[in-house]
Design a protein around this ligand. Structure first.
Ligand code: NAD
Ligand code: AHE
Ligand code: ZN
Ligand code: ZN
Length: 369
């Protein structure tokens, strides 16, 4: 079938709106109509050319709200018309990772997902006979996309797809990082570095965990009002601190925050985020994604004295079993999404969504198909 899609022909170039060809679903696969898709910083990261796994041309997008259009052979648990959120981390339920309670990193199709292919090693997208890569197994910047059943969370049909699409990445990642990965304790002091869609969702998570002080940190002070609305109690602009930022944090916050979250993708900030935490028990969680070849470093002493460095993907959430519950929590008012959608636009204007992100003017843009 034909579909309108935003194609990334090459890195560093604007997306191009094209009519592409989408092949039907094969064994275990599902054809979806994308109703809405958020734009995450990771889409921009891959488009920048810094992602070692980025393959071009591709259809980006991994924060989708979709409707099931057609089932491939062998699809057992979905029906045409169901509403789903595509998962860049699937849940096969059978691999050792799925059976472990320690991780959400199902590895059943990881060998193909991250290189832009379907599990059988082929692709479903093309334009004028030229194959186009999938992206994170989702490719939600296309009107129609094909995703394996094991990478689809079936959700409450009453939920608005133009809002709950944010649960396909940003909001779930931030909340899950706090609750599942760091396991923030009530009464804690939490520092969140970077107040975009992910950092603001960490703030939501910190409130849910019962944190007492929640410090929003950003070099763009326009983000502080959003953080305040979601429950941040303190705000720090590192550009306004004279001298050592780490010392400032430790002096101001009683030895430093108990927990910190890096939601930027800046390896220097990752270091500060670790080193500013409280000696003896500080836990710092890396969420931001950094470019090929970049590494993090600290003096080993900073770990010897009891700090822990952690990382998280999709907030440790197992998508098929746990994500429907996140949608229900949005529906009953215990997860905030609406105010994070600062902009909506048709697919034709998708490059504006990237511009707004880079200019620091949006939290989340949502593409409405
Ligand atoms: P975003 O662009 O919306 O927000 C980033 C924020 O960081 C902005 O508010 C920006 O002003 C701020 N910032 C930039 N440099 C800073 C600095 N030096 N100090 C303080 N603040 C600074 O991005 P997002 O969509 O929220 O994504 C954040 C990061 O998380 C990205 O690296 C993204 O790739 C990553 N991510 C990871 C996962 C995961 O599963 N691990 C999931 C989603 C996103
Ligand atoms: N391709 C990058 C890694 C990108 C990455 O870490 N992706 C996150 C999700 S970011 C969503 O916005 C993830 O879930 N990774 C799990 C995995 O198995 O890759 C690189 O550096 O190679
Ligand atoms: Zn994302
Ligand atoms: Zn699995």
């Amino acid at each position: 079938m034909k579909a309108r899609a935003a194609v990334a022909w090459e890195a560093k170039k604007p997306l191009s709106i094209e009519e592409i060809e989408v092949m039907g679903p094969r064994e275990g696969e599902v054809l979806l109509r994308t109703v809405a898709s958020g734009v995450c910083h990771t889409d921009a990261f891959t488009l920048s050319g810094d992602d070692p796994e980025g393959s071009f041309p591709c259809v980006l997008g991994h924060e989708g709200g979709c409707e099931v259009v057609e089932l491939g052979p062998g699809v057992k648990n979905l029906s045409v018309g169901d509403h789903v959120i595509p998962l860049y981390i699937p849940e096969c339920g059978e691999c050792e990772y799925c059976k472990s309670t320690e991780t959400n990193l199902c590895q059943s199709i990881a060998g193909t997902v991250w290189t832009g292919y379907m599990p059988d090693g082929t692709r479903r997208f093309s334009k004028d006979g030229k194959d186009i890569f999938h992206y994170m197994g989702c490719s939600t910047f296309s009107e129609y996309t094909v995703v394996p059943e094991i990478a689809l969370a079936k959700i409450n049909k009453a939920a608005p797809l133009d809002k709950v699409c944010l649960l396909g990445c940003g909001v779930t990642t931030g909340i899950g990082a706090v609750l599942n990965t760091a396991k923030v304790k009530p009464g804690s002091t939490v520092a969140v570095f970077g107040l975009g869609g992910i950092g603001l969702s960490c703030i939501q998570g910190a409130v849910m965990a019962g944190a007492e002080r929640i410090i929003g940190i950003d070099i763009n002070p326009d983000k502080f009002e959003f953080a305040k609305q979601l429950g941040a109690t303190d705000f720090v602009n590192p550009n306004e601190i004279d001298g050592s930022f780490v010392e400032y944090m430790q002096d101001t916050y009683n030895g430093g925050p108990d927990y910190s979250f890096e939601c930027i993708g800046n390896t220097h900030v990752m270091r500060d985020a670790l080193e500013c935490t409280h000696m003896g028990w500080g836990v710092s969680t890396v969420i931001g994604v950094a470019g090929a070849g970049q590494t993090i470093e600290t003096r080993p002493f900073n770990l010897v004295v009891g700090r822990t460095w952690k990382g998280t993907a999709f907030g440790g959430v197992k998508g098929r079993t746990e994500l429907p519950g996140y949608v229900d929590r949005y529906m009953n008012g215990s997860i905030e999404l609406d105010s994070l959608v600062t902009h909506t636009m048709p697919l034709e204007d998708i490059n504006t969504a990237f511009d707004l992100m880079h200019e620091g003017k949006s939290i989340r843009s949502v593409i409405i198909f």
